[in-house]
Design a protein around this ligand. Structure first.
Ligand SMILES: *[C@@H]1O[C@H](CO)[C@@H](O)[C@H](O)[C@H]1NC(C)=O
Ligand SMILES: *[C@@H]1O[C@H](CO)[C@@H](O)[C@H](O)[C@H]1NC(C)=O
Length: 234
């Protein structure tokens, strides 16, 4: 006949096995759930890279030598193309903020931000250079003004992107890039946007301590993501 102590022991080891099994089940369901979400994320995309590329080229043609004119053209076109019940756009073209990430510094104006897409104007009239960051989204960099240069280790020649061209950075690809002299671009990212946000925010804590820009960026990004969630745009 087993003693009380032995019974207690086997009871607690059974409990431990149950806890472990439950833990594995939860992890399994979590991974399966995330993989499922990753497979269906396409259904939430509203923009498409081809027409944004075409729009960038038309904006350049419509306002040569006039960056502000190009931006107005882009925003007017998007506002006319997409109903505000489908996607929320930020039409305040004066809402710029600094962005320091990967050692590169520029300014951005957020046209759209949601969980699976963002569309911004990014650039600087001075030029900048840095690390692109490791992104969880595909990134389409449509050059409007100036040039962007890039390379990956092993390449001995640089890639060169001029106005009207698009630099596609697929999810996970990393490069060194340089916006030579002045450069502005329409940047479209599609994939999982929230994991990309820390890349844009870390340098405020490690280097710039520019909390004013940080809070402004966090407030506007949060506001835009929320406005979209409220109409069911994920
Ligand atoms: C917006 O731009 C696209 C691409 O250039 C073009 O096909 C479309 O006709 C434009 N829409 C409006 C309303 O201007
Ligand atoms: C754009 O500006 C540059 C420098 O000011 C000038 O040389 C060029 O002719 C201008 N191009 C157009 C299309 O206005």
């Amino acid at each position: 006949m087993p003693s009380k102590v032995q019974e207690k022991k086997s009871e607690s080891s059974r409990q431990a096995r149950m806890t472990t099994a439950t833990g594995f089940l939860i992890i399994f369901l979590l991974v399966a759930g995330l993989r499922w979400l990753d497979n269906i994320k396409d259904r939430w995309y509203v923009f498409d890279p081809m027409s944004l590329h075409e729009l960038s080229q038309n904006a350049i043609a419509a306002s040569p030598n006039n960056t502000a004119g190009m931006i107005e053209h882009i925003v007017a076109n998007l506002t006319a193309t997409y109903p505000s019940t489908q996607i929320k756009l930020n039409t305040d073209t004066s809402e710029w903020m600094f962005n320091v990430a990967g050692g590169a510094m520029g300014a951005m104006y957020i046209i759209h931000a949601s969980i699976t897409e963002y569309l911004i104007i990014f650039g600087t009239p001075l030029g900048t250079e840095g690390h692109t960051g490791v992104h969880t989204a595909d990134d389409y960099f449509n050059i409007l003004v100036g040039e962007e240069w890039a390379f990956t280790p092993g390449a001995l020649e640089m890639e060169r992107y001029t106005p009207g061209s698009v630099h596609l950075m697929p999810r996970g690809v990393v490069k060194q890039y340089k916006m030579h002299k002045g450069c502005f671009a329409l940047e479209y990212a599609r994939g999982w946007i929230p994991p990309m946000l820390p890349f844009g925010a870390t340098q405020v804590f490690t280097s710039t301590l520019d909390f004013r820009s940080f809070f402004r960026t966090a407030r506007i990004t949060g506001r835009e993501i929320l406005r979209n969630i409220l109409i069911g745009k994920i």
